[in-house]
Design a protein around this ligand. Sequence first.
Ligand code: SME
Length: 156
Amino acid sequence: MDKKEQYRELKLQVQGLIEGETLEVSVLANVSAAIREMFGFFWVGFYLVRDNELALGPFQGTPACYRIKKGRGVCGTAWADGRSIVVKDVEEFPGHIACSSLSRSEIVVPLFDAAGIMRSELDIDSTEIGTFDEDDREGLEAICCLVAKQLYGNGQ
Ligand code: SME
């Protein structure tokens, strides 16, 4: 399977996995597990918007930072900008927050509600430089859209 096929397969899996469940923590836990099972990424997880900060949510991988402020690090920047961010080399991203020294590249994808408010973010870290490209962004945005529709009623 090439990467695009893996994302098509993963999207189908996620569709089945989240059907009928609307509890945020449970759905995001299973989605992070499904992504990690498919690709074996070093860290896969979600940050949730809580008290105007990003709070650590369900994840698979090593322990991570609890809270991130808007505009800080890759996650906080994706929140402030309201868009996905692909980081080829974390050392070249000013203000990158190193939850693990093993992390070398990263992708962050926001999940919006029906009003266009960001409610959570998918964050994935890799131990290799340049792991993520446009295929990952597209594949993960499609999956996050499905999940946002289920959890936050975003039918976009
Ligand atoms: N590297 C992220 C912090 C979260 S961890 O990667 C899990 C950032 O710069 O926002």
